[in-house]
Design a binder for this molecule. Structure first.
Ligand SMILES: Cc1cc2nc3c(=O)[nH]c(=O)nc-3n(C[C@H](O)[C@H](O)[C@H](O)COP(=O)(O)OP(=O)(O)OC[C@H]3O[C@@H](n4cnc5c(N)ncnc54)[C@H](O)[C@@H]3O)c2cc1C
Length: 586
């Protein structure tokens, strides 16, 4: 299985879908537009040549726990050292903390690559990046001084300790306790489960960010505080915490998923991040960045599955395509072409949505201000859930393209499908993302944020009409219909929320998120297609331009056509909630 980071496509999407040149022109980044390809080429070398070759063996070998220590798969520590030595861990972090301060857009493209090469590997720096953000925004000057530099360089890694057996999606139920020790530190006791890279042999120290409850804290999520609990204390001694087990799981075998025990001997030493009882707000800083990055994991694994399936379809011969006298490579059969185009189009659409989200983050730090921040907030659950839903579909299609060879482990298609399955579950399940989109993000700025996003999609549809190239087929009409469906579904949900009837909105949350993702994805592909159409008119001959136009057409004519049905599910389908208990019992 060989992943090759699609640098040219990524650069094109960064420029023509997400508008990286405007981000760079607005200043604040030590990077010239002409550096973009060179940076991504360099990242691609690491992803393709160092990380990707470890992925299959990592799946077979997995991570091992022995007497509290976790050993990662062979080659993993050396690959991590190469990753850190290249300065990749801190590319998005601020220069004052030792980072390179490159735009979120560049960091997003790199995240996609690490995860296209190996989801298990890419997860480790993904969590560290979230930890860096939470600490940079909410940590005290002393904590920043002690921990940020080493996290940014990658000398240490970070984890996110939220989940407990009784507290998964519902963090209000968490029980881990924190007691002030009287010297400015706290003692943490309790157990966490499913902690990614909670223990490993890649670095000497691991900085755990732990949600816990102080005595007398208010019940529910308003009584949760965030603590920094390092594996090694500042004097080098080991803290009172341990990995008590690692999970045997469906996929991402090389990423250790740890049960963590804090305070067997009186309490692990921790430091408060932010204010007491405001921990969830701090953790949300980390989770929002992590949610976009999990969306990018989806793009990465979908790209890997597509490449893998395309390679196979070009080799495998079965049957005769119309007009062929000899057995044809299966890539010549229309149904296989449909599968491969679906894979490629979904992947490019999800890439566009994730990059647009990252652009919102960049713009919010520049002149875009609050509106850009709200745009990124609106798009974050779509980037996370749509990209990871399609990652599962694409990886499953990858197995289908391989036929029986996909179902056996030999080719690696099955591994990609197993690995992708977690993406819709962690960092807030995709159901929780849909609820977040509908109940928290649609009402932003009294609905003006979502209306502005829909208006931007309309401008793309108008662009298609104006362009008029026959290569776009019926794309302009399908995009207009999709946008109209999204618009009506949005009005329906905003009305239900305004009249305080969440029971009319929540049942349609998941189909609404899909409708949003499909329409936004179609608009992203159309933007890329329009840029390619302009390039062809100006005399460029790169065949990638015609391919982008064909892909935008395929998506609009074959995938976006689900929009009408999704609209009906959102508007007319919510009645199932009234008789769900009855229907499930029958
Ligand atoms: C491999 C792996 C790695 C992980 N890494 C980490 C990590 O590093 N740190 C960490 O803290 N956690 C981690 N997790 C935990 C992960 O974030 C949780 O599993 C996830 O949030 C879901 O919680 P749960 O498993 O308790 O499922 P539940 O919350 O029990 O959810 C079960 C189902 O019910 C639905 N549901 C739940 N509540 C609602 C609701 N209010 N409305 C509608 N539907 C609802 C969910 O969408 C889901 O479909 C990891 C998990 C795995 C498997």
């Amino acid at each position: 299985m060989t992943y090759r980071a699609p640098v040219a496509e990524m650069v094109f999407a960064l420029r023509h879908v997400a508008g990286i040149d405007a981000v760079l022109a607005s200043g604040g980044h030590d990077m010239a537009p002409e550096d973009l390809t060179a940076i991504l080429d360099e990242a691609a070398r690491l992803a393709d040549e160092v990380i990707a070759p470890l992925d299959r063996a990592g799946d077979r070998h997995g991570a091992r726990l022995d007497d509290g220590s976790v050993t990662t798969a062979p080659g993993w520590p050396a690959a991590y050292r190469a990753f850190v030595a290249g300065g990749w861990n801190g590319i998005g972090a601020a220069p004052e903390h030792g980072g390179q301060g490159l735009p979120h857009l560049v960091a997003a493209a790199c995240t996609e690559m690490w995860n296209g090469a190996s989801l298990s590997f890419g997860l480790c720096p993904l969590l560290t990046a979230g930890g860096i953000e939470a600490l940079a925004q909410h940590g005290s000057p002393e904590l920043k001084e002690r921990y940020l530099g080493k996290l940014v360089s990658g000398e240490w890694t970070a984890t996110m300790n939220l989940t407990e057996p009784q507290a998964g999606s519902d963090l209000s139920a968490l029980r881990t306790r924190a007691e002030p020790a009287g010297d400015g530190t706290y003692r943490i006791t309790g157990s966490k489960i499913y902690i990614t890279y909670g223990e490993h042999d890649l670095t000497d120290n691991i900085v755990h960010l732990v949600l816990a409850r102080l005595r007398d804290a208010p019940a529910g999520t308003r009584g949760i505080s965030l603590f920094l609990v390092p594996k090694r204390l500042p004097d080098g001694s080991l803290n009172d915490l341990r990995c008590s087990g690692i999970e045997h799981k469906l996929g991402i075998h090389a990423s250790p998923t740890c049960s963590m025990a804090f305070g067997d001997h009186g309490g692990a030493v921790g430091w408060l991040i932010g204010e007491e009882n405001r921990g969830l707000a701090c953790m949300f800083t980390m989770m929002n960045s992590a949610r976009l990055n999990v969306g990018l994991q989806g793009v990465g694994v979908a790209e890997a599955a597509f490449q893998h399936a395309l390679d196979y379809a070009r080799e495998r011969r079965q049957g005769r395509a119309p007009g062929a006298s000899e057995p044809s490579p299966i890539v010549e059969h229309a149904d296989v072409q449909r599968m491969l185009l679906t894979m490629k189009a979904y992947t490019a659409a999800a890439r566009g949505i994730c990059y647009l989200t990252a652009e919102g983050l960049d713009a919010a730090e520049g002149a875009g201000g609050r509106a850009a921040h709200e745009r990124a907030s609106l798009l974050t659950p779509v980037a996370k859930a749509f990209s990871t839903d399609i990652a599962n579909e694409v990886a499953s299609l990858g197995v289908q393209v391989h036929g029986g060879m996909g179902f056996v482990e030999e080719t690696g298609a099955a591994q990609l499908m197993r690995d992708a399955r977690i993406l819709g579950i962690y960092e807030g399940t995709n159901g929780i993302q849909a609820i977040d989109l509908v109940t928290r993000k649609l009402p932003l700025a009294d609905g003006a944020t979502v209306r502005a996003q829909i208006a931007a999609m309309r401008r793309v549809a108008e662009g298609l009409l104006k362009d008029g190239s026959p290569g776009f087929g019926h794309a302009a009409a399908r995009l207009r219909e999709g946008i109209a469906s999204l618009d009506r579904a949005t009005s329906h949900l905003l009305k239900a929320l305004a009249s305080n009837r969440p029971q009319d909105a929540l049942p349609g949350a998941t189909p609404y998120l899909r409708l949003f993702g499909l329409t936004q994805g179609a608009a992203c592909l159309a933007r890329a297609g329009l840029a390619s159409s302009a390039a062809l008119r100006s005399g460029e001959t790169d065949p990638a331009h015609a391919a982008r136009i064909a892909l935008a057409r395929f998506f609009a004519e074959n995938l976006l056509t689900a929009a009408g049905g999704l609209e009906q599910a959102v508007i007319d389908g919510s009645g199932f909630a009234d008789d769900a208990a009855l229907a499930l019992a029958g």
